[in-house]
Design a protein around this ligand. Structure first.
Ligand code: GCU
Length: 430
C-alpha cells in the first residue's frame, strides 16, 4: 500500500484562508491568498491514475469503531446512525432545525410550453423567533396525468438565470448578479415537463450565500445571532444549509396536489451534487438522488489522490465543511468512512452518479468506485448491483434499479443528455 498524499500541501506556511476575511467585510486579503495558493495547488494536482495510491476503501458494512461486520438488514439502521454521526461531525455539520412556521405566497402563475405545463413562482418565508427568511421558488409542473414525480434541484445563477422568461423575477445577490438566462443551457425545463416531471428550483444563495461571509446571511440566521455566524463558525456549513433548503423545497412540492409526494428526487450539480447526497442522507422523505459531477466531498472517494482532494476543499471552500475535516483531509486514511458511505446512507433509495470526461478535477474513476463501494449496503437491503463491476466505456450508462453511473464526453456541466439519462434512470427504478 502506498501513501499517496504529498507531505506538503503548500510550499509555504499554510494560513487558513478564512482567517484572512476581515471582520469589516474586506475580502481582498482572502482573495489574494486564495489566488496565490490556488496557483500552486492546481498545477500540482495529480491526474495520473498510477499515482492515485491504493489506500483500501473501508466496507460500509463494518463498524468503524469496533471493526464488527454486519450481516443482516436489521443491523443496518444502527450502523447507519454511526456513519451518519461521523459524516456530520467530520464533514458537513448539523442541518438547522425546522422553522417554527412558514408562509407561502404565490407571486405568479401561468401556462407555459404551449399550454402543456404550469409555471408557478412563489415566495416562501421561513419564520423563527420573530426572524424571517425569504426564498423565491420557481416551479414547472406538467399538466398531463397527475400527480407527477418531481425533481428538486437548486440553481447557481438565480432563478432568472435559468430561463429567458422576463416574468421570472431577478434574484439579487450582492454584486454578483448574473444576467437573465445566463445558465439556461443547464435547465431544459421543457424536456423534463414533456417527460412528465415537475421541476422545483431556487437559488442556492437564498439558503446560503456561497462565500466566506455567507454564514451570517444564510438560513442559520433564523436560529443564531450574527455574532455566532462568523467565518470561524465552521460547524454551520453551506452544504448543510443547502441540504436543509432542498428538504424545505421537497416539503413545499409535496404540498402541491399536482405532485406525488412519494416521488420527489433531489438533483444537484457539482457543489449541489455533494448537497443532493447529503440531503437524502438526512431526510427519508426523498425517493432518490442524482449527483451530477459532484466530485470531491460528493461522490468521489477521498482516499484517492486524484483531482481535487479534501485538503483543497477545506482550504479554498472552508464554509463547505467543518473545521473537524482538516486532520482527515491531510490524512484520509484515518477517515472512518469514505464517500461511498455517504451514498450508502441513501439505501435502499436509488442514486445516480454522473461524471464527464473533461472533468478530471471531479475524478470520474473515484466516483465510480464510490458507487461500486456502496453496493454492499444496497445488496444487504435487497437492492440490485450494477450490471457490471468494470469501469464502463465512455457514454455507457450503467444502471440497476438501485444505482447508476456513467461518464459522458464533455465538460463539467449539466446537459440535455444528462437530463435524459436522469429520466431513464428514474423510470427504470420503478
Ligand atoms: C470547484 C470546486 C468543486 C465544486 C465546483 C462547483 O471546482 O473545486 O469541488 O464541485 O467548484 O461546485 O462548481
Amino acid at each position: 500500500m502506498s501513501y499517496p498524499f504529498r507531505d506538503k500541501f503548500l510550499p509555504w506556511p499554510r494560513t487558513p484562508l478564512f482567517t484572512l476575511a476581515k471582520p469589516d467585510g474586506d475580502l481582498k486579503p482572502f482573495w489574494e491568498a486564495h489566488a496565490r495558493d490556488f496557483a500552486y495547488v492546481q498545477p500540482n494536482t495529480n491526474f495520473a491514475e498510477s499515482a492515485a495510491g491504493d489506500l483500501p476503501i473501508p466496507s460500509t458494512l463494518v463498524n468503524p469503531d469496533t471493526g464488527a461486520r454486519i450481516a443482516t438488514p436489521e443491523e443496518w439502521p444502527a450502523l447507519r446512525e454511526t456513519h451518519l454521526r461521523n459524516i456530520t461531525r467530520i464533514l458537513y455539520g448539523e442541518l438547522p432545525p425546522k422553522p417554527q412556521s412558514r408562509e407561502v405566497e404565490i407571486l405568479k402563475e401561468k401556462e407555459v410550453f404551449d399550454g402543456t405545463a404550469l409555471q408557478r413562482i412563489l415566495k416562501l418565508t421561513l419564520c423563527n423567533d420573530g426572524k424571517r427568511h425569504e426564498v423565491t421558488v420557481l416551479c414547472y409542473i406538467p399538466k398531463a396525468a397527475q400527480p407527477v414525480p418531481a425533481i428538486v434541484a437548486m440553481n447557481f445563477p438565480g432563478n432568472h438565470g435559468c430561463t429567458d422568461d422576463p416574468d421570472v423575477p431577478l434574484s439579487p445577490w450582492r454584486d454578483q448578479q448574473k444576467p437573465r438566462g445566463d445558465g439556461k443551457s443547464r435547465w431544459n425545463f421543457r424536456l423534463l415537463t414533456d417527460a412528465g416531471f415537475a421541476v422545483i428550483t431556487c437559488a442556492r444563495y437564498d439558503f446560503y450565500p456561497d462565500d466566506v461571509f455567507g454564514r451570517k446571511e444564510s438560513v442559520f440566521r433564523l436560529f443564531h445571532d450574527e455574532s455566532e455566524l462568523t467565518p470561524r463558525d465552521r460547524q454551520y456549513t453551506a452544504i448543510s444549509a443547502w441540504a436543509y433548503g432542498y428538504s424545505i423545497l421537497r416539503e413545499l412540492a409535496a404540498s402541491f396536489p399536482e405532485i406525488n409526494a412519494k416521488d420527489i428526487w433531489a438533483h444537484g450539480h457539482s457543489r449541489l451534487g455533494k448537497t443532493a447526497l447529503w440531503t437524502i442522507a438526512n431526510d427519508p422523505g426523498w425517493a432518490g438522488a442524482i449527483s451530477n459531477c459532484s466530485g470531491c466531498a460528493g461522490a468521489k472517494i477521498s482516499r484517492r489522490n486524484y483531482g481535487e482532494t479534501l485538503e483543497v476543499i477545506d482550504h479554498f471552500f472552508p464554509w463547505w465543511v467543518t473545521h473537524e475535516a482538516l486532520p482527515y483531509a491531510q490524512n484520509p486514511a484515518i477517515l472512518p468512512f469514505d464517500q461511498h458511505t455517504l451514498i450508502a446512507l441513501a439505501a435502499p433509495r436509488p442514486v445516480l452518479v454522473t461524471s464527464a470526461h473533461e472533468d478530471q478535477w471531479a475524478d470520474p474513476m473515484g466516483q465510480f468506485l464510490a458507487v461500486k463501494g456502496a453496493q454492499e449496503t444496497y445488496q444487504l437491503l435487497g437492492g440490485k448491483p450494477l450490471p457490471s463491476q468494470e469501469y464502463p466505456a465512455l457514454e455507457e450508462v450503467l444502471m440497476s434499479p438501485s444505482l447508476g453511473y456513467y461518464e459522458r464526453h464533455g465538460i463539467h456541466d449539466v446537459t440535455d443528455q444528462d437530463w435524459t439519462n436522469v429520466i431513464n434512470f428514474i423510470r427504470q427504478t420503478r
